[in-house]
Design a protein around this ligand. Sequence first.
Ligand code: MN
Length: 219
Amino acid sequence: MPDSYIRAVELTGGVPLLIPVSGSISTLGSLYDRVDGVLMAGGPDVDPIEYGQERHPMLRKVTPSRDRMELALLERAFRDGKPLFCICRGLQVLNVALGGTLWQDLSAQVPGARKHDCHPDNPPDQLTHEVVIEPESRLSTVVGEDEIAVNSLHHQAIDRVGDSLRVTARATDGIIEAVEGTGNRFLLGVQWHPEWLAHDHESARKLFVAFADACRGGR
Ligand code: MN
């Protein structure tokens, strides 16, 4: 788990507790019961078998054991209404857990998509493209702006949107950059990496603060 996530959670007064991929069902259950919210972090590609597709040649590294652990955790947190904040791969796992599919490689599968995998050509905290935020969404309320600049470290993205999710931000090329749950529960997913931006950019810090507030019961 990169330090950037740890520092961003600590910035809000939250206490990060890391959940081991190789934990037993009983370990996962015990840890899950102790946490106030679940942050799904970035990482490798989701194995397309989880959304019923063959592997595209441009698919990168997959970690089936992490997929299974995170899908189980997500399904449980979704069912319980526990606050969920999903970043990059986390948003993609969320979408798959709710029956959606992914573009396995934007440059190969989506003509006209801009460059979204800007690392390592750019530093991970460099703002590389705009996202346009849907008004009257939780994201819009949290961030307080209708357009923000974000970093972009992904070669995959949401294709078919999962059940119970609403798209709340897109890049100007149409690629989905944020989703959220419907209703009052805190369920927010972003395709960019606010953990790299939380110290220097208010819009990124506000996402972590909102998640921390939800974890404290504020919703
Ligand atoms: Mn992007």
